[in-house]
Ligand binder design. Structure first.
Ligand SMILES: Cc1ncc(COP(=O)(O)O)c(C=O)c1O
Length: 293
């Protein structure tokens, strides 16, 4: 199942049989921890600095004091990439509150755990990428930002999982979560873009979207390509009546959307998607990649 995976755990690369976390780890018992997903292309982690900064901010926001500095976390990431057999892959960087006694109080845990996994990740089969994803708007809502700030990339994904189960039951490929006001927040592990009246639009983080690093990259590429774009609140109506729709994320990369709740997009993949996908591919395979860290 994970024959290609490698893992760095609490200070060293370990055989997969030893890549284990205690049943008393509060990351497991209470979802008390934070993480990042990072892709590497040709052995270079993409936007590593941005990921490490978001990781450090997530950890600080939950007062989880990492036992390693930024440079040591970067070194752990690089060691994991070096140990991986393939040139391209996906990294999961996770910090948990660590092993403790039962009871939610984080003071019960002596020391956080840090691990990095390198493996493959394909969010959707190639056939879905070709034809475009079928997406549903989930009844399950995104947690309200005043309940848990969406900028914290925490281990609490249960409402995203419930939304994904709604998509599975509907025979769809992905679900979009609305915020508590009924406006578009994000996908279960990705950000949402549409093209409407010729403008590229995506909801701002205040609507409940993670401030995605791929999302930021797409906005930069759109600006450089002269594509009109804006961060605006979106209703399901805007998705239903869009010319184009696509999803972005580290795991997802770019996934074109063919239909939302049975309403077909005018184009899939559309001209704006094609242009941005072209630019994104050039970026991850070009020389700019090496200047990141
Ligand atoms: C809930 C959620 N939204 C959006 C994203 C996309 O963010 P990024 O482009 O930084 O990977 C992710 C993924 O990692 C996610 O888990």
């Amino acid at each position: 199942m994970h024959e290609h995976a490698v893992c760095w755990l609490n200070g060293r690369l370990v055989p997969l049989a030893e890549a284990r976390i205690s049943v008393f780890d509060h990351g497991l018992l209470y979802g008390d921890g934070v993480f990042e997903g990072i892709r590497f292309y040709r052995r270079r982690p993409f936007k590593l600095r941005a990921h490490l900064e978001r990781f450090a901010d997530s950890a600080r926001a939950i007062a989880l004091e990492l036992p390693y500095g930024q440079a040591e976390v970067a070194a752990a990431v690089m060691a994991t990439v070096d140990a991986y057999a393939g040139a391209d892959g996906y990294l999961r960087l996770v910090a948990t509150r660590g092993e403790g006694v039962l009871g939610i109080d984080p003071r019960n845990c002596a020391r956080p755990s840090l691990f990095v996994i390198a493996d493959r990740l394909s969010m959707v089969p190639d056939a879905v990428r070709q034809r475009g994803a079928r997406v549903v708007v989930a009844a399950t809502r995104r947690l309200p930002p005043d309940g848990l700030d969406p900028r914290i990339k925490s281990l609490n994904y249960l409402n995203h999982i419930l939304a994904r189960m709604e998509a599975n039951r509907a025979g769809a490929d992905e679900a979009i979560l609305l915020n508590d006001a009924g406006r578009v927040a994000e996908g279960t592990a990705d950000n949402v873009f549409i093209v409407r009246h010729g403008r590229l639009l995506t909801p701002p983080p205040v609507e409940g979207a993670l401030a995605g690093i791929t999302r930021a990259t797409i906005l930069e590429l759109a600006a450089a390509a002269g594509i009109p774009h804006a961060e605006v609140a979106l209703a399901p109506y805007d998705l239903y009546t869009a010319e184009e729709c696509f999803l972005t994320g580290t795991g997802a990369e770019l996934i074109p959307v063919a239909e939302v709740d049975g309403r077909a997009m005018t184009h899939c993949p559309g001209p704006v998607y094609r242009e941005l996908e072209h630019q994104f591919d050039a970026l991850v395979s070009g020389p700019a990649m090496t200047a990141d860290w």
